[in-house]
Design a protein around this ligand. Structure first.
Ligand code: ZN
Ligand code: ZN
Length: 329
């Protein structure tokens, strides 16, 4: 058979080349519009704001907008441009003929604030994390670590439309973190609790109605324990050197123990240093800033051992200095 138009040998009445002249095999609009949130830079793709690179968002829109003739089998589709003006080259096959097309389009970006950013700028929050410490001020590392945990959690749920930190308030007694999502707030509170042995108290407060449903705000009071690593605490009849979160060493028996609510007897920086100058069956004599007699520990000690000591009321207590090597970094 010969092509009716050009006379070339073809299986069809009109060959591919001639069909390409008669019918538009490719249609791409001259302007491709992308919608991007000016704040978080997410692109709106099929009605949803997502974290996409510009090129991916552009391709997605091109795929949605391009019209291809059903007989055109595309082998290659390329775009070249500078973020604004583009040339496209499409090559493929129609009725066994190789065809190449090219054309131009322009990319425009329209701004639209996404739901997440508009909530955030509207001061939306579902939960407050109240960061506090028992009988002492919060340490800088505790605050820094909490901020880091919050940002990590928000990063993990970047497409969650409530994943933002609305505001942070510094108060006399600690820090308040306002979070868009109460579930994220809960995860943050739990993580701090696991890492630092902080106690959590959760409370809910009715804050009106949203879409006809009662809307509650949750407060997570997260309280760091008074004791810190290196402190000596008193708990259930034992004096314990705190070596880690919720862990310590009984200074008289040398046993490793778990901690709950130890009462601080001496802060690490208050511990004195001395040397054992005498040992008998029940007592040791220590010489340092003070000379004193203390109860002999259940483990082996000898004259010349270096010790750390503290006082509880009238009594002195001492333990080997190397115990402090067990305090985790
Ligand atoms: Zn032809
Ligand atoms: Zn946004």
């Amino acid at each position: 058979m010969k092509c009716a138009s050009c006379g070339k040998e073809s299986e069809w009445t009109v060959c591919g080349r001639c069909l390409a002249k008669r019918e538009s095999l490719v249609y791409l609009p001259p302007v491709i519009t992308l919608i991007r949130c000016p704040k978080c830079k997410f692109f709106k793709v099929r009605g949803k704001f997502v974290n996409l690179e510009f090129n991916k968002a552009l391709w997605d829109e091109i795929e949605r907008r391009v019209r291809i003739h059903e007989e055109f089998i595309i082998k290659n589709f390329e775009i070249i441009g500078d973020g604004h003006f583009y040339t496209y080259i499409i090559s493929g096959e129609v009725r066994n003929d190789n065809i190449e097309f090219n054309g131009n389009f322009e990319v425009r970006i329209n701004k639209e604030l996404c739901i997440k950013c508009s909530r955030e700028s509207g001061g939306y929050y579902e939960a407050i994390i109240q960061l506090r410490a028992d009988n002492r001020k919060l340490r800088k590392h505790e605050v820094d670590s909490t901020i880091k945990i919050i940002h990590e959690m928000l990063e993990k749920e970047i497409e969650n439309q409530k994943a933002f930190l609305t505001k942070v308030e510094e108060r006399k007694e600690g820090f308040d973190f306002y979070l868009g999502d109460s579930k994220i707030a809960k995860k943050v509170a739990r993580k701090i609790s696991n890492l630092y042995g902080a106690k959590i108290v959760e409370s809910k407060k009715l804050a009106g109605k949203r879409d006809g449903v009662d809307f509650y705000r949750v407060t997570y009071l997260v309280r760091f324990p008074e004791f810190e690593k290196g402190d000596v605490v008193f708990e259930r009849g034992r004096y314990i050197l705190v070596t880690n979160v919720k862990k310590g060493i009984d200074i008289l028996s040398g046993e490793k123990v778990n901690l709950n609510e130890g009462e601080v007897i001496a802060k690490f920086e208050e511990l004195g240093e001395g040397v054992i100058v005498n040992v008998d069956d029940t007592a040791i004599e220590v010489y340092g800033e003070y000379a004193f007699i203390a109860k002999k520990p259940e483990y082996e000690v000898k004259i010349g051992d270096e010790v750390l000591f503290f006082r509880d009321g009238e009594k002195f207590f001492a333990f080997p200095k190397w115990f402090s090597d067990l305090i985790s970094a």
